[in-house]
Design a protein around this ligand. Structure first.
Ligand SMILES: CC(=O)SCCNC(=O)CCNC(=O)[C@H](O)C(C)(C)COP(=O)(O)OP(=O)(O)OC[C@H]1O[C@@H](n2cnc3c(N)ncnc32)[C@H](O)[C@@H]1OP(=O)(O)O
Ligand SMILES: O=C([O-])CC(=O)C(=O)O
Length: 437
């Protein structure tokens, strides 16, 4: 047994007992109340999930196992002291609740390199889709096709005891994460580089290898990918991609099905699709108003464009959030990255200018709970700066990163032996009866 599994076994046994005790002995404890408005506005703020990998605070943003983004940028192992942490380290932390050493991170890099053996039929499935199909369609289909390899599914059919489900789940999760960059890069090269596929380089770390297979081989792009794949990895349990993965896996669907379902949720424009939508939106605006700086008259042009866009009943991608009530710390981390490494980039200047223009416009509507930018407002401009301007692909990159969080959590779902999720629904008559109308 590898040492990560040994640690999981030890820690998992203790925590499983705690979860069992809470459910059995404290089952009647009231944790929350639910209002009409919470139910009818997407269950916002209703505590109803157990997620250990990260926790989101509306005012301070995400903390991964208690650590903020700046803390982790300092504490997680890097290959170069000036560089960005390796996403492998974040996965280790989310999975084991322990800060990894550089050796731990290298162990994961090596494991993922060894496990990166994508079955040929996965590419056949992707190739069966027309190149015009959306990258997220190809990505989720490819992941579904990987389910033939599920060790969990096989073990379940063979009748392994419930307390051991997590063992094969862990194997599936490790294999899935190992292979995702290869599948994603395959789709990228198929769609945008005439199918000229680049094989993995076993000497590279997970993020750098992804950049390499997409065709970008510079330390600068490796650094960007390490940051991107770190920042998008997790956002507690209630966001659509995490919650969907959790819900589907609660039926004991295999990790491939569960994560593929999560990815189809990530592909929605109110969630991860905003990652690509921001650049499409900015390009549309620049086509209409022309290249612009951030002088007063240019700000006015942007503000008018924003107002007209909203008047058409559409949302401004990259702004607003279901939970956050401040600028997303993931936005701030990317802005700092741009300030440190990038000089004179028109698109990045426009993104910075939107920070000044958009929030007051959104605030003036009087209904937007959070007018500030989220993670998606910045990432596309950084990728475009380094030549990755095929923004239709960005949500796939987001998905590769999101695997780290939702799949680390899935291992814990199985360790805790969490039951099938099944909330109660009511009819409109029932809601009317409650209100007495
Ligand atoms: C990784 C991520 O998933 S981060 C989020 C990525 N998504 C985006 O950037 C898309 C743009 N943003 C949005 O659509 C929203 O802010 C969401 C989906 C993120 C959050 O939605 P909610 O929690 O419902 O936001 P909120 O309670 O503030 O919405 C209230 C109203 O303001 C509107 N609103 C919220 N954000 C925006 C926005 N960026 N532009 C225009 N209107 C907005 C909502 O559409 C809603 O209008 P309605 O009452 O007429 O339906
Ligand atoms: O938390 C959310 O609802 C959306 C989000 O920012 C994410 O999933 O990264």
């Amino acid at each position: 047994m590898d040492y990560i599994k040994e640690k999981l076994l030890k820690k998992g046994d203790q925590e499983r007992q705690i979860v069992k005790k809470l459910a059995k002995e404290y089952g009647d404890l009231q944790l929350d109340t639910v209002s009409m408005s919470q139910v009818l506005t997407g269950m916002k703020g209703v505590t109803s999930l157990l997620t250990v990998t990260s926790k989101l605070d509306p005012e301070n943003g995400i903390r991964f196992r208690g650590y903020s983004i700046p803390e982790l940028q300092e504490k997680l192992p890097k290959l170069n002291p000036e560089g960005e942490p390796l996403p492998e380290g974040l996965f280790y932390l989310m999975l084991l609740d322990e800060l990894p050493s550089i050796e731990d991170v290298q162990y994961l890099t090596n494991e993922w390199t060894k496990r990166n053996k994508v079955p040929g039929h996965v590419f056949d499935v992707i190739n069966a889709l027309p190149p015009t199909s959306k990258p997220m369609t190809q990505f989720s289909a490819g992941i579904m096709a990987m389910a033939t390899e599920s060790l969990f599914q096989k073990a379940y059919r063979e009748g392994v005891p419930k307390d051991e489900y997590w063992v094969t789940t862990y194997e599936d999760v490790m294999n899935l994460i190992a292979q995702l960059p290869t599948i994603a890069a395959y789709i990228y090269r198929r769609n945008f580089h005439g199918g000229d596929i680049i094989p993995p380089d076993p000497k590279l770390d997970w993020a750098a290898n992804f950049a390499h297979m997409m065709g970008y081989d510079s330390e600068e792009v490796y650094r960007l990918f390490r940051m991107y794949l770190f920042l998008h990895a997790d956002h507690e349990g209630g966001n659509v991609s995490a919650h969907t993965t959790h819900l589907v896996s609660s039926a004991l669907s295999n990790p491939f099905y569960a994560y593929a379902a999560g990815m189809t949720g990530l592909a929605g424009p109110l969630h991860g699709y905003a990652n690509q939508e921001v650049i499409r939106w900015i390009k549309g605006m620049l086509d209409e108003i022309g290249p612009c700086g951030c002088a007063d008259e240019e700000k006015e042009k942007i503000a008018n464009y924003v107002k007209n866009y909203i008047a058409e009943g559409k949302v401004i991608p990259g702004f607003g959030h279901a939970v956050l009530r401040v600028t997303d710390p993931r936005y701030t981390a990317q802005k700092k990255f741009a300030e440190k490494y990038i000089k004179d980039d028109h698109l990045i200047d426009v993104v910075n200018c939107m920070y000044e223009v958009v929030p007051p416009v959104l605030q003036s509507l009087g209904k937007v709970k959070n007018p500030w930018p989220n993670v998606d407002a910045y990432s596309g401009s950084l990728l475009t700066h380094y030549g990755i301007d095929e923004y239709f692909f960005y949500t796939v990159m987001f998905g590769v990163s999101r695997a780290l969080g939702v799949l680390a959590q899935l291992v814990w779902d199985r360790i805790y032996a969490l039951p099938i999720e099944r909330p109660k629904s009511q009819t409109l008559q029932w809601f009317k009866d409650q209100a007495g109308i």
